[in-house]
Design a protein. Structure first.
Length: 169
């Protein structure tokens, strides 16, 4: 039985080849697994994003990136309803989970010009759309903006508010 070393920045693990095949996936294999697991398209770019932003750890061997299937599974479990329950327990029932927009993929929250540069703290367009549109719900008790209103965004950031208002108008 062959043994293959997988380098981890903290330590080196030795895995029999069969264990690697069952527990570690390439980025492509991870995207295929996640697509089947979630029932929606998960691209290799989505998996790479998770690695780049430290959501899941990568294992590197001879230039090939591997991902732990267990870690990927845990990551997606945390996004399938359990986060909402955990946060409501901590923060109370008045938490508007719809404003977490956790059902959106990264590609959807960085549509058109919002993808020009990465910045974790910027508004996602769906949040701005929520406050700009004319609906009301259990959380949004009033319509905040009406047609032809002037909107002041003193920090402006990447311009999400301005872009979304111009699209809406």
């Amino acid at each position: 039985m062959g043994v293959k070393a997988i380098h981890n920045p903290v330590e080196t693990f030795l895995f029999p080849m069969q264990v690697i095949n069952k527990h570690l996936l390439t980025v492509k294999e991870a995207s295929i697994w996640a697509t089947k697991h979630l029932g929606k398209n998960v691209t290799t770019s989505n998996i790479t994003y998770l690695i780049q932003y430290g959501r899941i750890q990568k294992f590197d061997k001879n230039g090939i990136v591997f991902i732990s299937l267990a870690e990927l599974n845990d990551y997606y479990k945390s996004y399938n309803g359990s986060r909402e329950i955990t946060y409501k327990e901590k923060l109370g029932e008045d938490l508007n989970w719809a404003l977490s927009f956790d059902k959106y993929k990264e590609a959807e929250t960085t549509k058109h010009v919002h993808r020009l540069h990465p910045y974790k703290g910027k508004f996602i367009p769906q949040l701005v759309e929520y406050f700009l549109d004319s609906h009301i719900d259990n959380f949004k008790k009033d319509v905040f903006f009406k047609e032809n209103d002037i909107i002041l965004d003193p920090f402006s950031g990447s311009g999400t508010t301005m872009v979304e208002y111009n699209i809406k108008s």
